[in-house]
Design a protein around this ligand. Structure first.
Ligand code: FES
Length: 163
């Protein structure tokens, strides 16, 4: 099968029962997406498919031929962080960090969904603001669990990335 991940096409010869998460982590060495629960309950495995958030542990890789898949590795580089990554650093939007890639990918997708502009939200500036309240941000991010309970700073980070 062919998967397009972070703008690069990858040819994979894998069991069709392989989840997208396992394809990323075990066959493509893209380990930024984490396996927390493997049951769609924690959000650590969140990736964007055509700009929309999904739990990659619940989706088979073979279902995503022809899709644009974006992982945390596709959002920024160590020298040029994505604005959402910068804001998480600035606002201490994490403690142990295990859930952070999923939180950041989910936040980028969430703001895009909030603006009805989710495909371009992956790569474009986050300027403009979604005008979501903190409670609305929390509700829309409720699929991403943080066991350290860094939620207040996660909301501040998302708010701070809105520009
Ligand atoms: Fe996919 Fe927890 S690992 S939701």
């Amino acid at each position: 099968m062919q998967l397009t991940i972070n703008g690069t096409e990858h040819a994979l010869d894998i069991d069709p029962r392989t989840t997208l998460l396992d394809a990323l982590r075990e066959h493509l060495a893209l380990t930024g997406s984490k396996k927390g629960c493997d049951h769609g309950q924690c959000g650590a495995c969140t990736v964007l498919v055509n700009g929309r958030r999904i739990n990659s542990c619940l989706s088979l890789a073979v279902m995503h031929e022809g899709d644009e898949i974006t992982t945390i590795e596709g959002l920024g580089t160590p020298d040029h962080l994505h604005p959402m990554q910068e804001s998480f650093v600035h606002h201490d939007g994490y403690q142990c960090g295990y859930c952070t890639p999923g939180q950041i990918v989910s936040a980028v997708g969430m703001l895009g969904e909030a603006r009805d502009n989710w495909p371009s939200a992956v790569t474009e500036s986050l300027e403009g603001g979604s005008e979501l309240t903190d409670a609305e941000i929390s509700e829309r991010m409720s699929g991403n669990i943080c066991r350290c309970s860094a939620y207040p700073n996660i909301v501040r980070a998302i708010r701070g990335a809105e520009g």
